[in-house]
Design a protein around this ligand. Structure first.
Ligand code: UN1
Length: 512
């Protein structure tokens, strides 16, 4: 409490969380204690116990699925704009609780308060987007080759959407999926990360009043539980036609094939290994801030985090020197303390991962320019690190979920694009240049192979409205904008004959 102004107990209580007490790990229109073991949520900021959660078992999971299935037949028949109105009210409820929920995101996950608030804003933005979408969800009309025939496509809800979310965006990514799924007429079953259960419960508490007042309890369900009790049953459940999963590539390689084995659909949002290229004609002040925010923001735990910086040879030494100097002014500390730009990483395992990566950088000949140490204080704090490495440095091909930035020197844009693309992941990418030719080269078919390609903008911090996601081992999924809604619906092609004859397509004759 000493370092910041948030009264944690009061904030938790306002969000419906019992501080220090046991909280319900199941929400299926009613909050219920799961019948599994207790799960403790500790803040990575100082290790303090925030609260515990009574986790779900398989039987609780079953009840949640049944609740969703029972709500679905009525929900799917509500007009889409009426469903949009329910989402609008959820957005309003989030606006009313933005400060508390943002602070809880910071406290439980560790991102600094401005980012915690930004995450809740991202939920509000996707709510607004989904409300508009609820009056769209367009299908095409085609011209039939047959006279007096009408051909068109329409979109129907899928049913239950399973949402597996990660700790790093513990609430926004649920909203990306759930709000779109709701306007599409689906019901949702949420399995949040076991590292951030309280934010999930708080979100359900925030929207519970809306669901109650609008008569739609049961469309949104929550099960907090482990892989065996909840995760695996969800992947194997034929009643869940779509599983949307956010997490590591390792997790995606389990989820994808397992859902595919029952010919279910998955929407995968996996790891990134995002590069930022700085050309010698770039606005270097802008590139500097973008790099620092991209590499250090969220303590390097975004899937869009800048992990590789490629600087053109002529400016590499000077730009790197400025970047190292700017790291010196980055305040590391409690995420609720004002002025702090780098909070803790999520837990002790993340600290160990960081330590192992730093050790490997040294062993394999990388040069640590700054950082490299774990802070000697309560909580999971590591120093943002910059390492100078050659373009073929093996470790730089892996995603270490920590604030470690590899700096490489490149000769020209062709080499930069080649090195950038030569990794297994394909989420986000950026180039800083004032040359129109270089920008277009980067955006061309022979340019960046990522799902997101930015010019004079960093790799992280995408806004709602564009389709978010990536290629290769990032999993291919798209969420949160454009026509990403199509993943949450099934397409139906309809041909309607209003004539008196039955002509067959392709001129086929069949007389009887
Ligand atoms: C993630 O890290 O899983 O573009 C999502 C960004 C955020 C979303 C990141 N809007 O960095």
């Amino acid at each position: 409490m000493a370092e910041h102004d948030v009264d944690v107990k009061a904030m938790l209580t306002r969000l419906g969380i019992d501080p220090g007490g046991e909280n319900p790990g199941v929400y299926d229109g009613a909050f219920a204690a799961g019948t599994g073991g207790a799960l403790a949520s500790h803040s990575p900021a100082d290790g303090a116990l925030l609260a515990t959660v009574a986790q779900a078992t398989r039987a609780d999971y079953e009840r949640c699925v049944e609740t969703g299935l029972a709500a679905f037949p009525r929900w799917r028949m509500a007009p889409a704009p009426a469903r949009g109105e329910v989402v609008r009210l959820m957005g309003e409820a989030l606006r009313a609780h933005k400060d508390d929920l943002g602070a809880l995101v910071s406290l439980e996950m560790g991102k600094v308060l401005s980012e915690g608030l930004g995450e809740v804003q991202e939920m509000i933005d996707i709510a607004d987007f989904a409300v508009g979408l609820s009056r769209q969800l367009y299908g095409k009309t085609m011209h039939s080759e047959r006279p007096r025939h009408r051909m068109y496509e329409q979109w129907h809800p899928l049913g239950t959407v399973g949402i597996i979310s990660a700790f790093n965006f513990p609430v926004a990514v649920w909203a990306w999926n759930a709000f779109i799924a709701f306007v599409c007429g689906d019901v949702c079953l949420w399995k949040p990360s076991e590292k951030t259960p309280l934010t999930a419960i708080a979100v359900c508490k925030v929207i519970d009043g809306v669901l109650e007042r609008s008569g739609w309890r049961g469309i949104s369900n929550l099960v907090i539980g482990d892989v065996v009790q909840v995760g695996e049953p969800l992947l194997d459940d034929r009643r869940v036609p779509l599983v949307s999963a956010t997490g590591s590539c390792r997790m995606g390689k389990i989820v994808g094939p397992r859902v595919a084995a029952r010919l279910g659909r998955s929407l995968l949002e996996l790891g990134g290994n995002n590069a930022l290229i700085v050309m010698d004609d770039a606005d270097q002040d802008m590139a500097l801030v973008a790099t620092a925010f991209g590499a250090v923001g969220t303590a390097g735990q975004r899937c869009t985090t800048t992990r590789r910086l490629m600087v053109q040879r002529g400016i590499a030494a000077a730009f790197t020197e400025r970047l190292v100097a700017s790291y010196g002014s980055i305040k590391i500390g409690h995420p609720l303390e004002s002025g702090v730009l780098c909070g803790p990483v999520i837990d002790d395992d993340a600290v160990r991962m960081y330590e192992r990566a730093v050790a490997r950088i040294r062993e394999e000949g990388g040069e640590i320019l700054c950082g490299g140490s774990v802070l000697d204080r309560a909580g999971c704090y590591v120093e943002p690190t910059i390492a100078r490495v050659p373009t073929d440095f093996a470790l730089a091909r892996e995603e270490t979920f920590a604030p470690i930035l590899y700096v490489m020197e490149i000769a020209d844009i062709d080499e930069a694009i080649r090195v950038q693309n030569d990794v297994p992941q394909g989420l986000s990418s950026a180039v800083f240049t004032n040359s129109m030719k270089t920008a277009e080269r980067f955006l061309s078919h022979a340019g960046s192979d990522c799902g997101i390609a930015n010019v004079n903008i960093g790799t992280s911090g995408a806004e709602i409205g564009g389709a978010f996601g990536g290629e290769k081992e990032t999993g291919g999924g798209r969420e949160a904008g454009s026509d990403a809604w199509k993943a949450y619906m099934r397409r139906q092609t309809c041909t309607l004959n209003w004539g008196d004859d039955l002509p067959l397509a392709q001129g086929v004759e069949f007389e009887i």
